[in-house]
Design a protein around this ligand. Structure first.
Ligand SMILES: Nc1ncnc2c1ncn2[C@@H]1O[C@H](COP(=O)(O)OP(=O)(O)OP(=O)(O)O)[C@@H](O)[C@H]1O
Ligand SMILES: [Mg+2]
Length: 248
């Protein structure tokens, strides 16, 4: 696919599966944490990974971007097997990862944080479009990371990965610790990114928040996908089922 044909209004639209995870096993040192995680992420969809604390949600995202040394199974990104690749090679395929701790540079200003990321796939989203998505950031360009609220930090972390041009976004608990009004804004942003054609893997504990954004939920328990629930039918039942997995 030529870059000219690839715009950020329809990223990844050309391939049938953006991300395919098959029988993924992963270890922290000797500790075997993922035991055969399998799921698919079609282009332009929002997939949510839910599960209790310690279930393996973060580890799944970290394994996808190659941050765990020992991984087996298969992780295919737009047709490319990545299980033997290094993190830099993997993200260059077009993955933007926002970790739980948000991964911004607190000593740098919003403007500086913005200019640092390495472009993985042009075209990147331009500043005007980013400020339309995150109006709060436009007023905070010279603010250092340390002076940002939790919500602003989350928005900056998301804005940074949009500057890489990555069409596949992995977001680890973006609403954690944020006020309801900010959670609302993050939800609206994710919805708009989905409408622009981005493919999103969302890790969430907040089922009511994730429900309206998500195409399919995958429930992880002890390093395995134990249930998958498509949204759009049998709503009340499904929300209750998801909540019961989380014990909420
Ligand atoms: N750096 C690490 N070294 C060793 N074990 C780890 C490490 N990070 C996580 N673990 C273990 O791996 C398992 C999965 O952790 P993970 O962080 O993926 O869970 P999670 O589903 O993201 O949980 P949470 O909801 O608390 O974020 C847990 O048993 C955890 O204790
Ligand atoms: Mg986690």
């Amino acid at each position: 696919m030529s870059e000219a044909a690839h715009t950020h209004t329809a990223p990844g639209a050309a391939s049938a599966t953006m991300l395919s995870v098959r029988d993924l096993n992963a270890w922290y040192g000797e500790s075997h944490v993922l035991h055969g995680v399998t799921f698919d992420v079609p282009p332009g969809k929002v997939i949510s990974i839910v599960g209790r604390n310690g279930a393996g949600k973060t580890t799944t995202l970290r394994a996808i971007v190659g941050l765990l040394k020992k991984r087996t199974g298969s992780i295919v990104v737009e047709g490319t097997e990545t299980i033997g690749l290094k993190p830099r090679q993997i993200t260059r395929l077009g993955i933007g990862y926002v970790p739980e701790e948000r991964g911004i540079f607190s000593s740098l200003s919003v403007r500086e944080n913005f200019t640092l990321p390495r472009v993985v796939r042009p075209p990147i989203m331009d500043r005007d479009e980013i400020f339309t998505l995150f109006p709060n950031l436009a007023h905070r360009l010279n603010a250092p990371g340390t002076k940002l609220s939790g919500g602003e930090q989350q928005m900056l972390a998301m804005a940074r990965i949009l500057r890489t041009g990555a069409p596949l976004l992995l977001l680890d608990e973006p609403t954690e610790g944020l006020a309801p009004v900010i959670i609302e804004q993050i939800g609206e942003t994710i919805r708009r990114l989905r409408d622009k054609g981005f493919t999103i893997v969302l890790v969430e504990q907040n089922i009511p928040f994730a429900w309206s954004l998500t195409d399919t939920f995958h429930v992880i328990e002890q390093g395995r996908v134990v249930d998958s629930i498509a949204t759009g039918h049998g709503q009340t039942d499904a929300i209750g089922r998801l909540k019961s997995y989380l014990g909420v």
